[in-house]
Design a protein around this ligand. Structure first.
Ligand code: ARE
Ligand code: CA
Length: 494
């Protein structure tokens, strides 16, 4: 009896410290990173699009005051000046209003939190009007002084964990998270966001902080705010930016006990596969066999705000909106496959890798404009509003936890599989047509292909696929079609 009680207690304890649950509303899946969007625009997007189309969550750009830098590159937001919620995206009132409105329509908010460092030399004025002097490590609006930082040294050697964690990443003043004042300020900042109703955090540059320090910080985080619909005792979902493509001293496994990690190998591998550098048939064991962290520890993505423009890790193989056919195929695969917690990138168009978001006057961020086909204009790419992508979010919601079954491949770059009897998807990345009778796992009937169209009333604006009483259907994907994928699911039955 004592033993059983003890075990139950341990289980509860483990649960109460778990930062691995996404806190999504049941029936919803799929997170979108609305990179550089303004809070008022996101609030409207939750109500008009993300909520109705089934998205579960959104990641915002950093919310705290950052250094104002000359021609306003996007990356100024990774140079904190204080923890006041004042950026080009809006102020605290606007942020709080956004979180509330998004939660009201079932869409959770995840904040990109930057606390490895403060601004580098040159960042002297903040977006909230605060002043700082990074050259003397003085950030009075927090306040932090030189005592709160590690001694100045540059990160030069990824084979040396101490250099990576105690020195400065590209000159950014490196906070000492072992210092109790620093911890207090970080914990206050994160708990303030939780009080406002956020559901979790993307921890920027986690690899550059000691796991023990992060554990101490995470251990002091408040439960989620039950006034926003979270269950009592729920903890913030934490996904840590740890770039681990292998070959370095620091490994993601040092962080997976604390929360999820951004699985960069997923981005790297999916890019290589859909660029034709690896065959689609090898996707049959997609997951930990590819070197990925466990499914519930892996935040997965095709591209992120860094690697889509050559910052951070990853190179030429990363797929972005600039190669739309392969990008949509990779995104559809990620969303159809049960592995990991998928995050969709929503970009602004860029030519120059430093270029900031669209503005009205060089400083103030411009709002996205919307076209009748749901797509965006005004410099915003809005991959999350591409039919092939948002319809695959609906696919993911429709299939739920159904097992991956009925795997088929042609021995090279044509594959298909079902998610139980809920959904079926097929891909053709060969330079000849796919034209085969395939097992869909679905019940007999006519279905709308949610890639080429959408179910509308009793009709379909794209291809239809007829499943026979044996579950088989004739699947055709021409090699020169606009999209190399077809997808059907129970909610798209006509
Ligand atoms: C900018 C300028 C710099 C200048 C600096 C200070 O570009 O030239 O020295 O300001 O004045 C972003 C941008 C940076 C930018 C920075 C601050 O990408 O260009 O610097 O904001 O404004 C490493 C880290 C990883 C990091 C990537 C970019 O490990 O944490 O580099 N990613 C996050 C964010 C970025 C952000 C920061 C961190 C900083 O997602 O958007 O930087 O907050 C190997 C390693 C990787 C390493 C990679 C590149 O692959 O495995 O760990 O990634 O090399 O060094
Ligand atoms: Ca550090």
């Amino acid at each position: 009896m004592f033993l059983i009680k003890g075990l139950a207690c341990l289980a509860l304890l483990a649960l109460s410290h778990a930062q691995f649950a996404t806190n999504y509303q049941s029936g919803r899946n799929g997170m979108v990173h609305l990179f550089e969007w303004k809070w008022d625009d996101i609030a409207a997007e939750c109500e008009n699009f993300l909520g109705p189309y089934g998205y579960a969550g959104l990641q915002v750009s950093p919310v705290n005051e950052n250094a104002v830098i000359g021609n306003r590159p996007w990356w100024e937001r990774y140079q904190p000046i204080s923890y006041k919620l004042n950026t080009r995206s809006g102020n605290e009132e606007q942020f709080a209003n956004m979180v509330r409105r998004c939660n009201n329509v079932g869409v959770r908010t995840y904040v990109d939190v930057v606390f490895n460092h403060m601004a580098a030399n040159g960042g002297t004025t903040g977006t909230g009007g605060s002043n700082a002097d990074p050259s003397s490590k003085s950030f009075p609006a927090v306040p932090f002084s030189s005592l709160d930082f590690n001694p100045t040294c540059a990160i030069t050697n990824y084979a040396d964990p101490t250099n990576v964690r105690n020195c400065e990443l590209v000159g950014l003043r490196d906070l000492n998270q072992g210092n109790s004042w620093v911890r207090d300020k970080i914990v206050d900042f994160l708990n303030h966001l939780t009080d406002l109703g956020v559901a979790g955090f993307r921890v920027d540059a986690a690899k550059h902080m000691w796991p023990g320090d992060l554990e101490a910080i995470y251990g002091r985080l408040n439960n989620l705010n039950t006034n926003h619909g979270f269950s009592s005792g729920a903890k913030p979902y934490i996904f840590q930016e740890v770039i681990d493509l292998g070959g370095e001293a620091i490994s993601k496994s040092e962080y997976t006990g604390l929360g999820a990690i951004t699985e960069f190998r997923h981005s790297d591998s999916i890019g290589k596969v859909f660029r034709g550098k690896d065959q689609l048939r090898y996707l049959t064991n997609w997951g930990t066999s590819w070197g990925f962290a466990a499914s519930d520890r892996s935040l997965v993505f095709v591209d992120n705000h860094d690697n889509q423009r050559g910052h951070g890790a990853g190179g030429a193989d990363v797929l972005t909106y600039k190669v739309p056919k392969q990008y949509k195929m990779a995104s559809a695969f990620m969303l159809a496959h049960p592995f990991g917690t998928p995050r969709i990138m929503s970009s602004f168009a860029f030519d120059d890798t430093d270029q900031g978001p669209p503005t009205t006057d060089g400083h103030n961020i411009a709002s996205p404009q919307f076209n009748s086909d749901n797509s965006c204009s005004g410099g915003w790419v809005c991959e999350h509003r591409w039919r092939q992508i948002y319809n695959m979010v609906a696919f993911r919601n429709a299939v739920g936890d159904a097992q991956l079954q009925n795997w088929w491949d042609n021995g090279s770059n044509q594959i298909s599989f079902s998610r139980g009897s809920q959904g079926f998807v097929a891909f053709n990345n060969d330079n000849y047509d796919l034209n085969s009778s395939l097992q869909t796992g679905l019940s007999a009937g006519t279905y709308c292909d949610v890639i080429s169209g959408t179910k509308s009333g009793s009709g379909c604006t794209g291809k239809t696929i007829t499943v026979g009483s044996d579950g088989r259907a004739n699947i055709y994907i021409g090699s020169s079609e606009e999209d190399g994928v077809v997808a059907i699911h129970v909610n798209a039955k006509l």
